[in-house]
Design a protein around this ligand. Sequence first.
Ligand code: ADP
Ligand code: MG
Ligand code: ZN
Length: 509
Amino acid sequence: MSRLLERPEAGRGAPGATDAYEMVIGLEVHVELSTRTKMFCSCPADFGDEPNTHVCPVCMALPGALPVPNRRAVEFAIRAARALHCEIARETKFDRKNYHYPDLPKGYQISQYDQPLARNGWLTVDVGEGPRRIRIRRLHMEEDAGKSLHGGENGAGGAGETKGETTLLDFNRAGVPLVEIVSEPDIRSPEEARAYLEMLRATVLYTGVSDVKMEEGSLRCDANISIRPRGSKELGVLVEVKNMNSFRAVQRALAYEAERQAEALARGERIERETRHWDENRGVTLPGRSKEEVNDYRYFPEPDLVPLMIDPAWVAEIERSLPELPEQRLARYQEAGLAYKEAWTLVTQRELGDFLDAAVAAGAPFRQAANWLLGEVSARLNETGEPLASLRLTPQGLAELIGLVEEGTVTATLAKQVFARMLETGDDPRQIVEREGLVQIRDESALEAVADKVIEANPKVVADILGGKEKAVAVLVGQVMRETRGKANAAKVNEVLRRRLERLREREE
Ligand code: ADP
Ligand code: MG
Ligand code: ZN
């Protein structure tokens, strides 16, 4: 929940008014499909090449050119739709959505209006209040627009829009297949919106039909938000928020927008139905040029394309080829003993989950492998910002390292040192342990010698212990661990120390 909605701050809006509202959020997500070619022509669908090199009469809308649907794109859309539990239409058709924009050479976008490919899906999320199902209203196919390149003398690569400089157009992206996934207004908080997006992203990623990278634009999200009095069943006036470049930005924009609306209502104003733009630097939403954004697309059936009849047998075949999906993996990890949040992290960061499964296949016990991935490995990744694949760590290596701990060759502390050396050298953990003498000290006489030294050096602590302050033993254990640079087994050290102390006590009596 947004702060303001939970506890109104004095001086901002009418006190007490704001926590009376509930947020209602629905998301519209665009995902670019990784087909080899575009939606309605055979131009390559990849980017990064010289501008306007992947264009043809069809995607440039030259007179007489006719679109032909890309079967692969339809297959990918069905794949994503089934993973999201959507029903696939028997008959689906394309429509023209008319609007003018420089990056849209046709003056319309081929999209789907009243007969979308798929409807009635859902995703389950849990932000700590138990699982909640967010319904998906529809998933439809459409084509992407081109890209405007602002600024810079040749237009390309410049940052931001500067007055007086050129804007050039690159149509390589025009006609690339997209699916738009529209949720019902079932989302109740910015956190839940983010969780929904994470689950949606993971689900599409697992199906393999898109790389769903928000920073590269292969996943984009527009957010609709309204607020209403708690307990009310009616929907409030929605505001559409655009221009968020990360999941965090979506969350922040929604929290801001909810507060803005609550304050406006508290002042007795009315919410206007409008499109607002998120300003990442200032952390605010700003009104768009609302007159220009009045949506009157004059949809009509695309006359150059016949409706598609989708064969249920084809759908069944596509469905059979789906891999284990995030919700299934989430359930499997929870059954294996992980808390929901732990499982969520490993599932939504797919490379972590893949690594975990591979480490387990290589013989690692599940819980320990998960602990390493959630602990040391994640810490390292967060530190460096690198992907897991670039770490010099293999599932086999991790399984072996865990094996060394399990068999007692290294302590938990030592294992962390070995881990660090594994990342530096890429060497096998056993090799590192042998080469660097990182083996656990298990020899009791060696431990006794260290224990005696520590006892001698800490007469005050020893006196405390003998005087009944049993807890102070921990101080001595710590000293022994330090002396042995973490190589001693803590349980063994405890045992040895107690034995020595017991003897001292007897001598005193
Ligand atoms: P369309 O764009 O087809 O006209 P809507 O504007 O009704 O459809 O819905 C677009 C998105 O806005 C959907 O994700 C929907 O869940 C969401 N939405 C619709 N009404 C509201 C509302 N009152 N408050 C918040 N979100 C809403
Ligand atoms: Mg809309
Ligand atoms: Zn083309």
